[in-house]
Write a protein that binds this ligand. Structure first.
Ligand SMILES: Nc1nc2c(ncn2[C@@H]2O[C@H](COP(=O)(O)OP(=O)(O)O)[C@@H](O)[C@H]2O)c(=O)[nH]1
Ligand SMILES: [Mg+2]
Length: 453
């Protein structure tokens, strides 16, 4: 017997409203046991038509807990395809917790993280790629990332993956038919057609695999460390790129001692900016710790924004960074272009000039950052099929299986082996949408969700 789950679906903390969600075969009955209708048209959940809202009180151990709006959604037209009740109560930890308690005391079980979405998946409402898109949607930090998550939730990637898997299954059926009749070899022209279809499947996989890096960027963002000697304007630049004052700006060198990390939205891409502590050699204990962390940050960063003070001659430290950071990873920024220029660089080095006080040049810098992360256009077509690292892993295995199958066909190897590799490829593709997914895989995906989702 499937149990009925309940959880607070809104973030914990104080707010205007909190929502408690219940799903399962006893959702209506459990809600009924805790709910006393108070509106003129309000009904008890068991008699309420689907998709209606009712005003009333939640009663816990005989005492009213809160005035609520209760929505009744009957299976199967719900997110989980089970009976669902959602209760909106007053925000704040206590009302929501007491409402939840009342439900748990009447037989609901506290939901695990992602369990509502897991049920939506198990009941065929969405596939695994779409379930992941729900998490992406919640975590997306830019509109572009949100658009990609929405496309995946709408099922565009799933449609293509399903048709890819169908192709592989049909080819497999063909090969297997010949295994059953060992005397008949596959006729040369049939073999030729199968090879063509496999090659087409392979290049489609390559196409999808090429979106993995962009998918990663949109989902996780990239880490960009801001470096430069003290007073160059690193904190000022961080604030400029964020569009708000996050870091302390000060004329006294060495003010930023801890590392500050904030995600900026740069041309739709999430960029985690890291303001490093001054990198200069020092005897101050606190600053030494800062320097140690900076080194670590730099090693992990995918991009370095090296800020030079345009109003000062090149310092020894700056020269060191210029030598240290590979050109393809760094962007050179010449700050303080509003002041008389005193920084002279070798001709081959051409930094982007900015003034962090007025904001001059900052848009150019944003373009340069975007260009370095993502050359070319970000097309709507790309957003539709942006695969994640799990999809990438599965597709790589599938691609290798197709490659082995092609080799086996060329060498006229045994059909059993050919079929085996094809099956591996089709199963790997099926993992993406969850057609072939182990419990472990599901656990690892859904445990990343929050409770109540
Ligand atoms: N004139 C001028 N001063 C700037 C500019 N950017 C930063 N500053 C000043 O330079 C000093 C150091 O800036 P800050 O961002 O704290 O440098 P950090 O030590 O590298 O983080 C502060 O007094 C800023 O107001 C700029 O573009 N022009
Ligand atoms: Mg600073």
């Amino acid at each position: 017997m499937i149990d009925t789950i309940a959880a607070i679906a809104t973030p914990l903390g104080e707010g205007g409203l909190a929502v408690i969600r219940i799903s399962g075969p006893r959702a209506l009955g459990i809600a009924e046991a805790c709910f006393r209708p108070a509106g003129k048209l309000s009904l008890p959940p068991s008699t309420a038509p689907s998709h209606t809202i009712h005003f009333g009180k939640i009663i816990r151990r005989g005492q009213p807990v809160d005035d609520v709006l209760l929505s009744v959604m009957r299976a199967p037209r719900t997110f989980t395809r089970e009976d669902v009740v959602e209760i909106s109560c007053h925000g704040g930890l206590l009302p929501a917790k007491l409402v939840l308690d009342a439900l748990l005391e009447n037989g609901a079980r506290l939901a695990e993280p992602g369990e509502f979405t897991r049920r939506a998946f198990l009941n065929g409402r969405i596939d695994l790629a779409q379930a992941e898109a729900v998490a992406d949607l919640i975590h997306s930090r830019t509109e572009l990332a949100l658009a990609a998550a929405r496309e995946q939730l709408a099922g565009e990637l799933s449609r293509r993956i399903n048709s890819l898997r169908d192709d592989l299954m049909r080819i497999l059926a063909h090969v297997e038919a010949h295994i059953d009749f060992p005397d008949e070899d596959i006729a040369p022209d049939t073999r030729e057609k199968l090879v063509e279809r496999l090659q087409a499947a392979g290049s489609f996989m390559d196409q999808l695999l090429r979106t993995a890096d962009e998918g990663q960027i949109l989902r996780r963002g990239i880490r960009a460390a801001i470096v430069g000697r003290p007073n160059a304007g690193k904190s000022s630049l961080l604030n400029r790129l964020l569009g708000r004052d996050r870091a302390i700006v000060s004329p006294i060198p060495g003010t930023t001692r801890d590392t500050i990390e904030e995600t900026a939205n740069i041309r739709g891409l999430p960029v985690l900016l890291i303001d490093t502590a001054g990198l200069r050699e020092t005897s101050d204990d606190l600053e030494i710790e800062g320097v140690r962390r900076s080194r670590k940050t730099l090693a992990d960063a995918e991009m370095i924004l090296h800020v030079l003070d345009g109003s000062e001659p090149l310092a020894a430290d700056d020269q060191k960074y210029l030598d240290e950071f590979a050109v393809n990873k760094r962007i050179l920024v010449r700050n303080k272009i509003d002041l008389p220029p005193r920084l002279f660089l070798p001709g081959a080095i051409s930094p982007i000039g900015v003034c962090c006080v007025s904001g001059a040049g900052v848009e150019n810098l944003k373009d340069a950052i975007k260009e370095k992360i993502w050359a070319g256009e970000i097309s709507g077509e790309m957003l539709q099929v942006m695969i994640n690292s799990r999809h990438q892993d599965a597709l790589r295995r599938a691609r290798a299986g197709v490659e082995r199958t092609l080799a086996a066909m060329r060498d006229a190897a045994s059909l059993d082996l050919t079929a085996l590799d094809l099956r591996i490829a089709a199963n790997a593709v099926g993992e993406i949408v969850g057609k072939t997914a182990t419990e472990d895989l599901l656990d690892s995906i859904f445990s990343q969700f929050c409770i109540g989702k």
